[in-house]
Design a protein around this ligand. Structure first.
Ligand SMILES: [Zn+2]
Length: 135
């Protein structure tokens, strides 16, 4: 449905360039063991995911934004609308943040790489035999 958009790559754990190969080894963030393991390269187009050492350091800013959005929206919902005490909210928010960490981690990395790599369905891997060099 969203194929060809950055949203497809982000939501379905796909390579940002070809949207065929998987980005993370595990398809779900719910598998706690190895939820953060990434493929080194795309199995379809060969895109190297970690394009330089420390490439994904910038994704921490995105992850931080997720936590801030969760905190602010929870605060507005529970204290302003539902009249929950702010301290009680904090005690509920801490486990929620821990539980959501795998989701935020994965989403942040996928969003980060989608900033720099665009969808290119015509790209073919240089090692493929059908790929001819244009002169
Ligand atoms: Zn790819």
């Amino acid at each position: 449905m969203f194929k060809g958009t950055k949203l497809y790559s982000i939501l379905f754990n796909k390579c940002p360039r070809c949207q065929q190969g998987d980005f993370f080894v595990k398809s779900s963030a719910l598998t706690l063991r190895g939820f953060d393991r990434m493929h080194e390269r795309c199995s379809n187009c060969g895109l190297r995911y970690e394009q330089e050492p420390g490439f994904f350091t910038g994704s921490m800013y995105i992850s931080y934004a997720f936590y801030v959005a969760l905190t602010v929206s929870s605060f507005l919902l529970f204290t302003a609308i539902l009249d929950v005490d702010a301290v009680d909210l904090l005690w509920g928010l801490i486990p929620a943040m821990v539980i959501l960490t795998p989701f935020f981690f994965r989403m942040a990395r996928l969003i980060w790489i989608n900033f720099f790599v665009s969808y290119d369905p015509a790209y073919t891997h240089p090692a493929e035999p059908n790929n001819k060099i244009k002169l």
